[in-house]
Design a protein around this ligand. Structure first.
Ligand SMILES: C[S@@+](CC[C@H](N)C(=O)[O-])C[C@H]1O[C@@H](n2cnc3c(N)ncnc32)[C@H](O)[C@@H]1O
Length: 267
């Protein structure tokens, strides 16, 4: 389904954190629960941080939106996580979720799932505390700027993660390559990039509003990541069954997860 490009201001004005989280992550009906994408992300993040040993001092979680699932494995491997998102409402909702404030989305089942994968006998409450203590702050960010955290200049970090963000922010494939270069500039050489994108998606619905999504393919992703100075360490794609009602919300046919290591800076 085609829709005009939804820019930063459309996100700031129209992206409702609660509507998004309920549409995509509701335990029974969430689009990413039904299509297996959430389970896939949790498994791949666990593999990256616990099995493959991606770790370090600082990880930046770019375009976190209102969700916290993506930081549950990372908080065991990094001394600090810094969140970053364009919209004020997403950053507020993310902070409120970390403080476990009443009225925020209940992630307990997902937290339990991650604790079970880790197998250390950690309780849900202990994991929530660990997460809250590890995420130090969340910053305003625009991946379309050369320095996405402008006016702040941070020391380069060990890991940058962007799940489902760059394809929302980019209007075309050139824009995507630039956004990838911009977020890569935050990363040390030898540091890790974690990206996940839904593929072949042109738009998605949230809170009755339709947002554009850049149509991406695995082939494009492989070449864009390599051109930006990365070595791909792991890349996996899962496919989704066709279902008209589900596709009307979000018309991706698959989800891609990539772990890559920065080999060089590309100007
Ligand atoms: C589809 S949501 C993904 C949320 C979450 N990461 C997830 O896994 O469900 C896209 C996110 O990208 C953010 N975003 C859109 N344009 C952006 C930009 N130019 N810079 C930074 N974040 C942006 C939005 O605010 C939103 O939180």
């Amino acid at each position: 389904m085609e829709t005009a490009y939804t820019d930063n201001e459309a996100y700031q004005d129209n992206f409702d954190p609660e509507e998004y989280i309920n549409t995509y992550y509701n335990r029974k009906s969430g689009i990413y629960v039904v299509d297996g994408c959430l389970d896939f992300e949790l498994r791949k993040l666990h593999e990256a941080f616990a099995t493959r040993g991606v770790k370090g001092k600082t990880l930046i979680d770019i375009g976190h939106g209102p969700t916290i699932y993506q930081d549950l494995s990372a908080c065991e491997a990094f001394d600090e996580i810094i969140g970053a998102d364009y919209t004020d409402r997403n950053r507020e909702y993310y902070e409120r979720s970390l403080r476990n404030e009443p009225g925020t989305f209940n992630w307990d089942a997902v937290i339990q799932q991650v604790c079970d994968m880790e197998g250390k006998g950690m309780s849900i409450e202990e994991k929530k505390k660990k997460l809250e203590n590890t995420v130090k702050k969340t910053l305003k960010c625009d991946v379309l700027k050369n320095n996405p955290l402008e006016p702040l200049v941070l020391p380069k970090v060990d890991c940058v993660m962007a799940l489902g963000c760059l394809e929302c922010a980019s209007s075309d494939l050139d824009d995507y390559r630039k956004a990838l270069k911009n977020v890569s500039s935050l990363l040390k050489i030898g540091g890790h990039l974690i990206l996940s994108e839904i593929l072949n998606c042109s738009s998605y619905l949230s809170g009755g509003k339709r947002f554009s999504c850049l149509v991406l393919t695995e082939e494009f992703m492989r070449s864009a990541i390599a051109e930006t100075g990365f070595e791909i360490l792991d890349l996996e794609v899962i496919y989704r069954k066709y279902d008209k009602e589900q596709y009307d919300f979000c018309n991706h046919d698959s989800t891609l997860f990539v772990l890559a290591r920065k080999v060089k800076d590309v100007k």
